[in-house]
Ligand binder design. Structure first.
Ligand SMILES: Cc1cc2nc3c(=O)[nH]c(=O)nc-3n(C[C@H](O)[C@H](O)[C@H](O)COP(=O)(O)OP(=O)(O)OC[C@H]3O[C@@H](n4cnc5c(N)ncnc54)[C@H](O)[C@@H]3O)c2cc1C
Ligand code: FES
Ligand code: FES
Length: 469
């Protein structure tokens, strides 16, 4: 369809339900939390389709221009034969009031296309991951997970990708560098658009910005969407660092980080749920600068730099800023009005690095941190040679625990040093009390997470919830 008359801040869900009267997709929270509005989009990459489940309630309709889209109304065949994911939900009694069901079915459809349709089976871990952005109040999750694990391929119902890929190529990549919804496809075009329209709202996955529309009732009359910028969709590997482009989604970014540091994989799985990780970007998390954002404590502990780029006097300029110096106040940063955060530059691990990354939230899945702590240590001959600590949920910005680091460096890594560091970290921050946790609880968490880092880094056995499958 032609989106030229659709306002830039119209959500995909409103377009579907209100403008097109396609009501199979439901609205629950309108905040990306419940998954009732889940739809599946696909992009043609190297002649195949890559499928993503997305929350249509916080996705600007224009953001899916040039992608294939499926809603729950598109799965059954014309004669009423159910799709295997729908059939599995029926067989396993996965639906009761039915309100959440279209969203679950779409998450299952994305899972089916990524796994079962490729000849793979679905285990519990994959099922939990795929369904981590869907909430159900009625059935409980067991029958739905059972439905996911029972999925069987049905060749008669396979998506015929060839005509879709061809159609997407025909639609593809009409770069939009003017108007109400700008979608540049190269880095210079993005920077020039940013320079021409510094008042426009820059977005990536819109998993924060979408909520300003639906919860904050803000109007965004002009949007620059950076998710199609080819250069920023890459993860580049170098001898001493990896550079993660600002348009790389959180799932891919955590996977890239986990190659060098496997401990990041379970930490990454605690970030939101699958649809948010598939849409939201690491660059957006960092640029948004929430004090309870999860990636920043980790990135601060890793000594990350961000590359800020702008178009000035007819050419590209850039600067590197260490992430621990990027934030200047509550949701404020050094980013100038004409600048874009282009790259997150992550040093590769030096020999002997130990890393711990912890998130404490009320729910295990799809929840925001009360406290987040990341600890990077180099211990040589029983003494701490280097320490870097990032903390979230305990100050107005994501923060580096410099005083605690000072209490550690040069000391033997023993109970006495741990206690000194615990005392330092509880003094170093003055957290707030809010609905997620009291200030006192947050302080205690900081101290206890440091103890956990000590136990784990010195080889004591610790309980890991992720390991209790
Ligand atoms: C249900 C739900 C669960 C969530 N759970 C978590 C969680 O567990 N942990 C967590 O940390 N966050 C969480 N979030 C918040 C959000 O998903 C993250 O902050 C995400 O990384 C934002 O990225 P985005 O690409 O969607 O940014 P957007 O929403 O597109 O943009 C956010 C802000 O960053 C700016 N921005 C984006 N990219 C750039 C860039 N390259 N250069 C300059 N500015 C830029 C935008 O202008 C905007 O101001 C959650 C959100 C939802 C809806
Ligand atoms: S309506 Fe709840 S996630 Fe969209
Ligand atoms: S079946 Fe009622 S909310 Fe899931």
């Amino acid at each position: 369809m032609n989106l030229s008359n659709v306002p830039p801040d119209r959500t995909l869900l409103d377009l579907l339900r209100e403008d097109l009267r396609l009501t199979a997709t439901k609205e629950g929270c309108a905040a990306g939390d419940c998954g009732a509005c889940t739809v599946v989009v696909a992009e043609a990459v190297d002649g195949r389709l890559q499928y993503r489940a997305v929350n249509s309630c916080i996705k600007p309709a224009h953001a899916i221009d040039g992608l294939a889209l499926w809603t729950a109304a598109d799965l059954a065949q014309r004669d009423g034969t159910l799709h295997p994911v729908q059939q599995a939900m029926v067989a396993c009694h996965g639906s009761q009031c039915g309100f959440c069901t279209p969203g679950f079915v779409m998450s299952l459809f994305a899972l089916y296309q990524r796994t079962v349709a490729q000849g793979q089976t679905v285990d519990k871990h994959r099922a939990h991951e795929a369904l981590s952005g869907n909430l159900c109040r009625c059935t409980g999750y067991r029958p739905i997970v059972q439905a996911a694990c029972s999925l069987q391929a049905d060749a008669a119902q396979a998506v015929d990708e060839i005509p879709i890929v061809a159609a997407l190529h025909q639609l593809a990549a009409t770069e939009k560098t003017d108007g109400h919804y700008l979608r540049p496809s190269t880095l210079p075009a993005l920077l020039q658009a940013r320079a021409r329209h510094p008042q426009a709202q820059l977005i990536a996955g819109a998993t924060d910005a979408g909520l300003w529309i639906t919860q904050g009732l803000r109007r965004l009359p002009q949007i620059i969407d950076l998710t199609r910028v080819a250069e920023l969709r890459r993860v580049e590997h170098y001898a001493h660092h990896i550079a993660i482009g600002a348009a790389v989604n959180l799932q891919d970014a955590f996977e890239a980080l986990a190659v060098d540091r496997p401990v990041i994989a379970p930490f990454g799985e605690r970030f939101a749920g699958w649809p948010v990780r598939q849409s939201g970007t690491l660059g957006g998390n960092v640029a948004n600068g929430s004090p309870i954002g999860d990636s920043m404590p980790l990135l601060i502990a890793l000594g990350v730099q961000v590359v800020l780029m702008a178009w000035r006097k007819g050419r590209t300029v850039h600067r590197h800023v260490p992430l621990d110096q990027f934030y200047t106040g509550y949701r404020q940063s050094l980013l100038a009005a004409d600048e874009v955060l282009a790259w997150v530059v992550v040093p590769r691990p030096a020999p002997g690095e130990w890393l711990g990354a912890y998130k404490v939230s009320k729910r295990q899945e799809d929840d925001i941190s009360a406290v987040c702590l990341a600890v990077q240590l180099h211990v040589q001959g029983g003494h701490i040679a280097k320490a870097r600590i990032g903390a979230g949920g305990v100050a107005a910005t994501p923060a580096r625990a410099v005083q605690t680091e000072a209490a550690l460096v040069g000391q033997p890594w023993n109970e006495a040093t741990l206690q000194a560091a615990q005392a330092a970290i509880t003094q170093e921050f003055s957290p707030l009390s809010d609905l997620r946790a009291s200030a006192d609880y947050r302080r205690q968490l900081l101290a206890q997470l440091l103890r956990r880092a000590w136990l784990e880094s010195t080889g004591h056995t610790t309980v890991r919830l992720e390991a209790l499958a």
